[in-house]
Design a binder for this molecule. Structure first.
Ligand code: FCB
Length: 492
């Protein structure tokens, strides 16, 4: 029946609103050599000494590849209406090109069919960071050909699953994987190169455009969008320099990939700060890169507080700005300065902040989600928005009763869901909320230490245990399904 609170929360949303949970292939599947899967850039990256905390790797992860039936039962038990997952490109095309590997596709067919039988919307992402290593060997995302390969891969998947899956996301967080993978060296493939990063930006933009068209060519009725990491940017003080720095940070973090797709132009402050030829654009690209995405997926984990200059630059784990300024001082390839010529300083994870922090060091700031949703609405009108990830990690382990009493996570989701409801009252056209994550998993370079799950995973036994937050979330999902006239149960 659920609690009074759950009913009150569900009642604030339309009956068509989808409550969901999210995962990604590399973080949960394991079975990296099963059924003809090819190698991805993350296996290579995990083998680099020091790349992953404690030397963890994803060879087993949550063993989802073998346990997917139990996992569907778990998801069904939560009562969610939507499950966001990703498809591993190396399972479909082991070398990133050529004919489809039937056994790899068959896995996702079984998964999708199981979800549909359970009345859950399957909501796949085509690229959540696991590039086939063979494509990295020919240049990775810095090579133009990779955009064409992505379009081919998209078509292959659509041909098989397009009859059963209505909503598709092309990419997960293009800014994060290009900046961390090509510029900062902190994610696969671990490069630290400004020229490679800039090329990757444009290749991934063209991959969006080509992938969108390939998907629509196979399935004109498919709803095709993409998922962007977004964070509201606030000036640290009211001074002009901080405001200019904030506008620049916003252009790069929030608009570098959305602006070309929605408007056909890279954001002006970004263009002003780089030599255009560094993007390696080709004639005709400007016309091609504008595509009418059917929805915008958004992942918001924090806000960014931005100031210009300052000697005491903090560690900027997520951003290119300090690397850019290094490039300037070491005579790098581009004079990559913010308007006014200042070095940007961004404080979120490790700098000044008012909110409490999660185990990732990220400031808890629910207003960020509200502000992002309304800024999308201001910029792109009433485009449907899917909240594809929202969640937090805490250092937690089961108590003596075997249960995780994660009040912090409940408070996190409660506040973020309230922020979504408020943004919807303000006009944001939000259609879903996916908790990151269904269960604890392989958190990229941080390994298994940060636990983001609603369900706890004991990685030694693969036992899954619902945390208190999972029970709390389940009550909302069930209350939503019980809404008068509910149309929530996808496929019901
Ligand atoms: C996002 C990623 C997701 C997960 C969360 C914590 O940036 O999309 O895979 O790692 O962060």
């Amino acid at each position: 029946m659920g609690t009074r609170e759950a009913w009150d929360i569900a009642a604030r949303f339309p009956s068509s609103f989808l409550w969901g949970v999210a995962t990604s292939a590399y973080q949960i599947e394991g079975a990296l050599n099963a059924d003809g899967r090819g190698r991805s850039i993350w296996e290579s990256f995990c083998e680099r000494p020091g790349a992953i905390d404690r030397g963890d790797d994803a060879s087993v992860a949550c063993d989802h590849y073998h346990r997917y039936r139990d996992d569907i039962a778990l998801i069904r038990d939560l009562g969610v209406g939507s499950y966001r997952f990703s498809i591993a490109w190396p399972r479909i095309q082991p070398t990133g090109q050529g004919a489809a590997n039937r056994a790899g596709l068959a896995f996702y067919e079984r998964l999708v069919d199981g979800l549909l039988e359970a009345g859950i919307r399957p909501f796949p992402t085509l690229y959540h960071w696991d590039l086939p290593q063979a494509l990295e060997d020919t240049g990775g995302w810095a090579a133009r050909d990779t955009a064409a390969r992505f379009a081919d891969y998209t078509a292959l998947v659509m041909q098989v699953l397009g009859d059963r899956v209505d909503h598709w996301a092309l990419f997960n967080e293009p800014f994060i994987f290009t900046s961390r993978g090509y510029l900062l060296g902190r994610y696969a493939p671990g490069r630290r190169s400004l020229p490679d990063f800039l090329r990757a930006v444009h290749v991934v933009t063209m991959a969006h455009a080509d992938g969108f068209r390939a998907a629509k060519a196979v399935r004109p009725s498919a709803q095709v969008g993409s998922v962007f990491a977004m964070a509201p940017c606030e000036p640290a003080t009211d001074c002009d320099d901080d405001r200019a720095a904030t506008a620049y940070a916003d252009a790069v973090f929030n608009r570098l990939f959305t602006a070309p797709l929605f408007t056909g132009r890279y954001p002006q402050p970004f263009l002003d700060s780089i030599p255009l030829k560094a993007l390696a654009m080709r004639p005709g690209d400007t016309e091609r890169m504008r595509v009418p995405l059917d929805f915008l997926g958004v992942n918001t984990y924090y806000r960014l507080v931005v100031s210009s200059g300052g000697d005491n630059r903090p560690d900027l784990p997520y951003f290119l700005f300090d690397v850019l300024s290094d490039q300037r001082t070491t005579g790098g390839h581009a004079d990559f300065s913010a308007p006014g010529g200042n070095i940007l300083r961004i404080e979120n994870a490790f700098g000044r902040s008012e909110g409490k922090r999660t185990a990732m060091g990220w400031e808890i700031w629910p207003r960020a989600l509200h502000d992002v949703l309304l800024s999308i609405t201001r910029d792109y009108g009433a485009i449907p928005i899917e909240i594809c990830e929202s969640g937090c990690a805490f250092d937690e382990s089961p108590g003596t009763d075997g249960v995780v009493h994660d009040q912090g996570r409940i408070a996190y989701h409660r506040a973020h869901i309230a922020a979504v409801a408020e943004a919807m009252q303000g006009g944001a056209n939000v259609r879903s909320y996916h908790a990151w994550s269904l269960y604890d998993n392989f958190e990229w370079a941080s390994g298994y230490r940060p636990r983001f799950g609603l369900a706890h995973v004991d990685f030694a036994t693969q036992r899954r245990t619902l945390k208190d937050s999972a029970h709390w979330y389940r009550d909302i999902c069930r209350a939503a399904r019980g809404n008068v006239g509910a149309a929530v149960g996808y496929g019901d």
